[in-house]
Design a protein around this ligand. Structure first.
Ligand SMILES: [Zn+2]
Ligand SMILES: [Zn+2]
Length: 319
């Protein structure tokens, strides 16, 4: 039986994190769901001080050395809010004023959970978004056989269809794959040219599967989230160790997949907090990096992991 039946909600001030020891390295979050993160904040802190998504970003991210975020739109139908956020980041002045100087980028696609509601009209909206100057990729798309929220045959059809469009446009891919190793590998190898830029986001499947993809696609990178710090997940740690030992070093990207995956090691830096923070956000990236560095060992400190991941973000998304 749980001792703390009532979950304690920490004061919202604790969402503004202390500077991490490696704060000198800029943060790039290559996969975050900003609107869901803000909605999650609003639902937990109903009279919270941030009124808009921009207030939230300027309040919690600015001053934390956040350089860039890749926001992910993956609902069907496409949420019309995407355009207002993206338009507000077109010019340097807009980014300074609205985003506190943070580089706002986005990708768009339809998540495998929602494959069964993918239509021509949805695709048309995505194609419109692909032409936006802040758009850096197509995703997240893929297969999820853990939840099976859409029938598998339809997931495969919709994945293939989106891959073909993205390849035609030369757009980098953000891939979601969970417990669907064989089909994901088969479809990617069938549809995507080997040199295409690919981000396999929030990787939790087997290291062998990742290695087959890394071997086949030289510009494919693996996204590491706070999940690496969870006791239940041994695959990601094993994979990171394997990548570090391989020539060329780790082809990793750092991401939060916010609002979902708070890195477990963050509480060591927040001794005053009782209970658990209700949401994850981009400024938590250094803790994901710190945990990853601990897994890797050797000469790989937090800063070096972040630097390498930032170079990889430049390679994959051009950011
Ligand atoms: Zn995902
Ligand atoms: Zn995601």
């Amino acid at each position: 039986m749980g001792k703390n039946k009532k979950t304690h909600l920490p004061n919202e001030k604790y969402l503004s994190l202390p500077a991490h020891a490696e704060a000198a390295t800029p943060i790039i979050d290559t996969h975050t769901h900003l609107l869901s993160t803000f909605s999650s904040y609003k639902s937990k802190y109903t009279s919270g001080k941030y009124e808009t998504v921009w207030d939230f970003v300027r309040g919690i991210y600015a001053g934390r050395n956040v350089k860039a975020i890749v926001d992910v739109w993956c609902e069907a139908p496409v949420q019309s809010a995407w355009k207002e956020l993206a338009d507000s980041a077109i010019t340097p002045d807009g980014r300074a004023e609205n985003w506190g100087g943070i580089e706002y980028w986005f990708v768009m696609g339809v998540h495998p959970h929602e494959a069964s509601v993918y239509t021509d009209a949805v695709e048309k909206s995505i194609l419109e978004a692909m032409a936006h100057p802040r758009c850096v990729g197509w995703g997240e798309i893929g297969l999820d056989y853990h939840y099976d929220n859409s029938p598998r045959a339809i997931q495969q059809q919709v994945f293939t269809r989106q891959l073909r469009q993205a390849v035609k446009l030369g757009k980098p891919l953000t891939i979601h794959t969970r417990e669907a190793e064989e089909d994901t590998e088969r479809i990617l190898k069938q549809e995507v040219p080997v040199h295409h830029k690919i981000h396999i986001h929030c990787f939790t499947d087997s290291p062998e599967f990742a290695q087959r993809l890394l071997d086949h696609f030289p510009n494919l990178h693996i996204g590491i989230t706070g999940v690496i710090s969870y006791l239940t997940n041994v695959n990601t740690s094993a994979l990171v160790r394997q990548m570090v030992a391989s020539p060329g070093g780790p082809r990793i990207l750092l991401e939060t997949d916010a609002p979902f995956m708070i890195p477990a090691n963050i509480y060591a830096s927040l001794p005053e907090v009782k209970g658990r923070l209700p949401l994850c956000h981009t400024a938590m990236i250094p803790w994901v990096a710190e945990f990853t560095a601990g897994v890797v060992g050797g000469g790989w400190g937090t800063a070096k992991i972040m630097q390498r991941a930032n170079e990889n973000a430049q390679l994959v998304y051009g950011i």
